[in-house]
Design a protein around this ligand. Structure first.
Ligand SMILES: C[S@@+](CC[C@H](N)C(=O)[O-])C[C@H]1O[C@@H](n2cnc3c(N)ncnc32)[C@H](O)[C@@H]1O
Length: 217
């Protein structure tokens, strides 16, 4: 059991406010969700890869009643922070990798969201992970990736919090240029940054394929 899951277990009904306060140290979820949703086309279904508790997805769906979503996560407890009025618009696939989802006949989507997941994926597995995210896209679809840039005091704090409170000892932040480079290698081009400079060190891009996607071994 990690320090984080121990504290969450003790918190009982205070778990959500406690987690919100903790996340607010690193990111303004409502403000970032408002900026991320602008890159999502109307009336689309999105796949939230590594959706976790669903805090970011919940904030997006609140301001976008036209959207529905599927959450995929390796964890078995997923989506617990979706509000009761939002949850009916979300299909939850807990304990499901992207490869499992596709093998189970899961449909690709017009939009794929990957929020604060890439820094949890081991560096040597990132190209394969991102390629799998691209496989979830319908032709012409949009891959939105939000992450945390290294080199700021807040990012250092978030990295140590992930390591010693969330309990993921393999966390390694990825710089925006490196993320853009990895996606370019897969044939996707980045939009202008989706988040305002005031959200730093948080950053996000919308990636779209230009021409044929690059095959990945
Ligand atoms: C920091 S949480 C982010 C949760 C949510 N996306 C958000 O921004 O509020 C990272 C999540 O990514 C999930 N995750 C990590 N690697 C994954 C992978 N390869 N496939 C699917 N989920 C993954 C973890 O289980 C965890 O729930």
């Amino acid at each position: 059991m990690t320090v984080g899951s121990f504290i969450r277990g003790l918190a009982g009904p205070l778990e959500r406010p406690l987690c919100d306060a903790y996340r607010a140290l690193f990111m303004n979820v409502g403000r970032c969700a408002q900026q991320l949703q602008a890159a999502i086309s109307s009336d689309c279904h999105l796949i939230d890869v590594g959706g976790g508790d669903g805090a970011v997805l919940d904030a997006i769906l609140r301001v976008r009643p036209d959207l529905t979503a599927t959450m995929l996560d390796l964890k078995t407890e997923v989506g617990k922070f979706l509000a009761p009025e939002i949850a009916p618009r979300v299909e939850i696939r807990a304990g499901t990798s992207i490869q499992d989802y596709l093998a189970q006949g899961g449909a690709p989507a017009a939009c794929v969201l990957v929020s604060d997941v890439v820094h949890h994926v081991p560096a040597d597995a990132r190209t394969t992970f991102l390629h799998d995210c691209v496989r979830l896209l319908q032709p012409g679809g949009t891959l939105i990736i939000k992450d945390v840039a290294p080199g700021h005091l807040v990012s250092l704090a978030s990295m140590y919090a992930d390591r010693y409170i969330t309990g993921d000892r393999h966390v390694r932040l990825i710089a925006p240029d490196d993320l853009v480079g990895l996606l370019r290698g897969l044939g996707l081009h980045a939009s202008a940054p989706l988040l305002a400079p005031t959200e730093r060190p948080n950053y996000a891009f919308a990636f779209r394929a230009v021409g044929n996607l690059q095959p990945h071994p």
